[in-house]
Design a protein around this ligand. Structure first.
Ligand SMILES: [Zn+2]
Length: 538
């Protein structure tokens, strides 16, 4: 039994939403599932993103990466992964490959890959992994069934999914296949998505949106601007087709809507070729009936939606003759940014329709009823909530505990190793590594440096140089109130006095420290805070 055992170790995505990465540890290999990024919390101060720390892994054991779907929180760290593990083979679907190739085209990164689909079997030393087609909010999403060769254990791992039995875009989740693969195993476990677990009902089908979306497009005489999560190319394509049917021209505004549209068309997922759509400058001064699809439904600072809503786009500006449709939800944390956009659009007199007004958005994650459908289809022995912040994991755990007496549900977090070697899985806490912070040209930056940046940004900086031989002192500041200019002669006097009376003969380190202390105290007296102080003794 021991030889056939395997472990599952999440190292990202379990206690946060983002940076998903999970290891299937077999005898000789660490099979990696997903390699996502985490968009920064406010305290990270405008850096680009965070990724799991790959130093947890032994490069000799990492030969394979399986990507479950093309969302950034699952593929966003790919460039770093390839740099770290250049010989690993990446298993992915055609759409995901398209997205990654676009992403890596600038850096001309080469990588080995194998295309899989839901009929594939991925064979490793002590486990076989079976991709399962599932519904989500991006095409070609897969869950995985992981089984050891002796069929002692079978685990279903689906980080992102919903049960959509009626989508017109794709087949429903492969429930029957899950049952067939797991029922032959002696023991079974589920690892399932917690993102939408606070929702008591069943997540609506993508199909249920068609009626309201079509009605909005058909009944309006105004220009229409619509924003959505650009990666939902099925919905974007449906909307574009409905607008074409209503005699509208399609305009794409923003890099990411074009990026996903092209990937969707190139991998034959959607029929509409974005080359036939217009650029914003083509409709600048025309009165044509248009539907503009914009990126940036979360109100991001540099997005097309924000630029347009603030009246800052040179081609298209909001007017009272515009209908703005938000076919999206507000991700918690983004409320302020999005309400500013609502306010700006209202000031221009535009009409706004959001998911509060019509059924025009559906989540890609399971509500409680979706989870019940999976368990009714096949009931596992063990259950581990994954993919979600700590609060959601706990809610998910409580839901399973209170509804299913004979499922053994456990709360796990990042760096907990779940070892399937006896009749009960053993949970071992591995040493936790903080996520790596990435900024600029894909470079790592340490936490300590981020805190320096925050201090400089919130308290300003003072630069002082002193040339010993010439007895010359020079002071300049950045980011301090303008009145400080008048204080500088006073500070200069104070420091020169201190140098002449006390510091001249002292060691450099003492010299530098004392000048810094005096400067910070000086400013604290006038400003009520201490700027970052840099002193060069020359
Ligand atoms: Zn996803």
């Amino acid at each position: 039994l021991k030889n056939s055992s395997f472990s599952i170790i999440p190292i990202g995505g379990v206690e946060e939403i983002g940076s998903n990465m999970t290891i299937v540890r077999t005898e000789n290999e660490d099979v990696v599932i997903d390699c996502g990024l985490l968009f920064p919390y406010e305290e990270c101060f405008d850096i680009n993103y965070l990724i799991p720390d790959f130093k947890f892994l032994d490069p000799k054991r990492v030969k394979s990466l399986i990507l479950t779907h093309g969302h950034e929180d699952h593929i966003g760290g790919i460039q770093h992964f390839i740099n770290f593990f250049p010989d690993a083979t990446i298993y992915l679907t055609p759409f995901c490959l398209n997205l990654i190739q676009k992403k890596l085209s600038e850096s001309k990164t080469n990588f080995k890959y194998v295309i899989y689909n839901s009929d594939s079997q991925l064979i490793f030393d002590t486990v076989n992994i079976f991709p399962i087609h599932v519904n989500h909010s991006i095409p070609e999403t897969h869950g995985l069934v992981i089984r050891d060769k002796e069929l002692n254990w079978g685990a279903l791992y689906i980080s992102d999914f919903k049960v959509d039995l009626h989508s017109s875009h794709e087949p429903p989740i492969e429930l029957e296949k899950i049952k067939l693969l797991l029922q032959v195993c002696k023991r079974t476990a589920y690892f399932l998505d917690s993102t939408n677990i606070v929702y008591d009902g069943k997540t609506s089908s993508e199909n249920e949106l068609n009626l309201d979306l079509t009605q909005l497009i058909n009944s309006s005489q105004k220009r229409i601007f619509l924003t959505l999560f650009a990666s939902n190319v099925h919905r974007a394509s449906y909307i574009a087709q409905a607008a074409l049917n209503a005699g509208r021209k399609i305009v794409l505004m923003g890099r990411s809507v074009r990026h996903y549209f092209e990937a969707g068309y190139n991998s034959k997922i959607i029929p509409l070729n974005p080359e036939n759509f217009l650029e914003p400058q083509a409709v600048k001064d025309s009165n044509e009936k248009i539907l503009v699809i914009l990126s940036g439904c979360q109100g991001d600072f540099l997005s097309a939606l924000r630029r347009f809503s603030f009246g800052e786009d040179s081609n298209l500006k909001p007017t009272p003759d515009d209908l703005i449709i938000f076919s999206s939800k507000v991700i918690p944390g983004n409320e302020k940014k999005i309400y500013r956009i609502y306010n700006k659009l209202s000031e221009f007199g535009a009409e706004i329709v959001s998911a509060n007004d019509a059924l025009i958005h559906s989540s890609g994650h399971p509500g409680k009823e979706d989870i019940k459908i999976l368990i009714a289809n096949f009931k596992p022995d063990f259950y581990f909530p994954i993919h979600g912040e700590s609060y959601l994991l706990k809610k998910h755990f409580e839901f399973i505990k209170s509804h299913y007496d004979n499922i053994d549900c456990r709360l796990i977090y990042n760096f907990h190793e779940i070892k399937f070697e006896s009749s009960i899985p053993k949970i071992i806490k591995q040493d936790k590594l903080d996520p790596v912070i990435i900024h600029g040209k894909s470079l790592e930056i340490e936490k300590s440096q981020i805190s320096q940046r925050r201090k400089m940004a919130t308290q300003g900086t003072v630069f002082i140089s002193f040339i010993k031989q010439k007895q010359l002192l020079k002071i300049s500041t950045i980011g301090l109130p303008l009145m400080v200019e008048n204080l500088l002669p006073k500070l200069e006097q104070k420091l020169l006095h201190q140098i002449n009376n006390d510091l001249q003969s002292r060691e450099d380190k003492y010299f530098i420290d004392q000048i810094k202390i005096s400067t910070r105290q000086f400013f604290n007296n006038y400003l009520g805070y201490k700027p970052v102080t840099e002193f060069h003794l020359l």
